[in-house]
Ligand binder design. Structure first.
Ligand code: SAH
Length: 376
C-alpha cells in the first residue's frame, strides 16, 4: 500500500532542524541515532520532498514524522532572468507572503577571487524595519522574520530548480539578517554543516546595515563567515540622512564593533557603498571612507545606485564614480566598482515581492498613488 505522506506545509519543516535536534528527538522517541542520521541524509543530501520516499524507515516512523513535520514550506512562484544571467526567484511562503532570492551565476566581481562561483543572494525577513531611504525592501515596512526552514529552502528550491549547486551565499536579499539573529545563526550552522547543505563558511557573507551589538555577537560564532557592512556614508551626517539605523548605532559604535570583529577574525571586512548622486558621492566622503577602510584593512565595493520606482535617487555619472574610486585606490584600499548589467535585478531586491503582494492585495501599494514596477 502506498501512503501519501506529504505533511501540511504549516508544520515545521525538517529542513530547519539540526542533526543534534533530530538525535535528541529520536532518543526521546526510543529510536536509534542511526535512524536519526538516515533521516538527516534523506532531508539534506537526497532532498526528498515526501516522507514515503524515505524507504529505509519503517512505515510507522515515516507516518509519525509526517504527522509532525513537513519537508517544504515554500513553492517557487516565478523565475525571472535566463540561464546565463542573474535569475530572480520569487518564493511563496505558507502564509501567502513572498520573498525573493537571486542566483548570480559566475558572479562577476562580487568578491574578486570567486568569479567562477554561483552566488545566491538570500533574504532573511519579509520586508524590513530599518527604513533605509534608498531601498525597496523597506517600502512596505516589516512583516515578519523568516524561519530557519525558509532561509534554507531558498538554497534548496533554487538548486532543485536550476539543477546546479550554489557555492557562495550572501545575505543581501530582503531584510536585516542581524535583526533575525537566532534564525540566522541556526541557518548558518545548517548551511555549513557537513551533514547539512555543506557550503564552506568562508563562502557565506552576512551583510548588515550596522547593528553593532549583534555584530559583536556574530563575531563569537565558531564559523569563519564573512562580514559586509552597508556603509553608504562615511560620516554620521550623511549616514543619518539615508539610514535611520545610524541614529541608534552611530559610526563610533559601529566601528567599535568592527574593531572587535577584526580582533577575533582573519577575514577582511567588506564595506558596501552605494553611490547616490548628490547624497554621498562627494570626494570628501571618499577620503573619509578611504581612511576608515584603510585602518581596518577592509575591502570596498562601490555600487552605482539602482533606481527604485517611486524613489527619486539616481546614480552619479560614470566619471564621478571613477573619481570616487580613484581616491580609494590611491589610498591603497582594495576597491571594486560593480557596474555590470543584470545586477539591477539583484540590487533592487524587494521590488518583485512588492509588486506581487500589491497585485494580490496583501499589501497596499507601498507608495501612495504609485504602482510598483520592476526596472529590469
Ligand atoms: N539589511 C542588510 C542586507 C540587505 S540589503 C544590509 O543592509 O546590508 C543588501 C544590499 O543592497 C545593501 O548593501 C543595500 O544597501 C543594497 N541596496 C538596497 N537597495 C539598493 C539599490 N536600490 N541599489 C543598490 N543597492 C541597493
Amino acid at each position: 500500500m502506498i501512503v501519501r505522506m506529504i505533511a501540511k506545509p504549516t508544520s515545521p519543516s525538517l529542513l530547519g532542524t539540526t542533526q543534534d535536534e533530530l538525535l535528541a528527538m529520536f532518543a526521546e522517541w526510543g529510536e536509534t541515532a542511526y535512524r536519526a542520521k538516515q533521516v538527516v541524509e534523506w532531508v539534506y543530501r537526497r532532498r526528498v520532498t515526501s516522507f514515503d520516499e524515505m524507504t529505509n524507515l519503517s512505515l510507522d516512523l515515516r507516518t509519525r514524522l509526517a504527522e509532525q513535520f513537513s519537508l517544504r514550506t515554500t513553492t517557487v512562484s516565478s523565475v525571472t532572468g535566463s540561464h546565463d544571467t542573474t535569475r530572480k526567484y520569487l518564493l511563496r511562503l505558507h502564509d501567502g507572503r513572498f520573498v525573493e532570492t537571486v542566483l548570480i551565476p559566475a558572479s562577476p566581481a562580487l568578491y574578486g577571487d570567486r568569479a567562477d562561483r554561483r552566488t545566491l543572494c538570500v533574504s532573511s525577513q519579509v520586508g524590513c524595519a530599518y527604513d533605509c531611504k534608498f531601498c525597496a525592501s523597506g517600502l512596505a515596512g516589516f512583516t515578519r522574520n523568516l524561519t530557519v526552514a525558509e532561509i534554507i529552502e531558498q538554497v534548496v528550491q533554487v538548486e532543485a530548480h536550476c539543477g546546479e549547486r550554489v557555492d557562495n551565499i550572501v545575505f543581501m536579499g530582503m531584510g536585516e539578517p542581524l535583526a533575525n539573529y537566532s534564525n540566522l545563526s541556526k541557518a548558518l550552522e545548517i548551511l555549513n554543516a557537513h551533514w547539512g547543505i555543506g557550503i564552506g563558511a568562508r563562502h557565506m557573507t552576512v551583510s548588515t546595515s550596522g547593528l553593532a551589538p549583534q555584530i559583536k555577537k556574530l563575531a563569537e560564532l565558531p564559523l569563519q563567515i564573512r562580514l559586509a557592512i552597508s556603509l553608504h556614508g562615511a560620516t554620521d551626517d550623511v549616514r543619518d540622512k539615508i539610514m535611520p539605523v545610524n541614529r541608534k548605532y552611530p559610526l563610533v559604535e559601529l566601528f567599535e564593533a568592527l574593531d572587535h570583529w577584526t580582533s577575533l577574525r582573519k577575514q577582511r571586512i567588506t564595506f558596501e557603498y552605494i553611490l547616490i548622486e548628490g547624497v554621498n558621492d562627494g570626494l570628501d566622503q571618499a577620503r573619509v571612507l578611504a581612511s576608515r577602510a584603510h585602518r581596518l584593512d577592509a575591502l570596498v565595493n562601490l555600487i552605482p545606485y539602482n533606481t527604485v520606482d517611486g524613489l527619486e535617487w539616481k546614480r552619479p555619472s560614470e566619471s564621478l564614480q571613477d573619481a570616487f574610486k580613484d581616491v580609494l585606490v590611491k589610498a591603497g584600499v582594495m576597491t571594486t566598482l560593480r557596474r555590470e548589467k543584470g545586477h539591477d535585478i539583484a540590487a533592487a531586491c524587494g521590488q518583485l515581492r512588492l509588486k506581487q503582494e500589491t497585485e494580490l492585495g496583501i499589501i497596499e501599494s507601498a507608495i501612495p498613488g504609485k504602482r510598483i514596477t520592476i526596472g529590469v
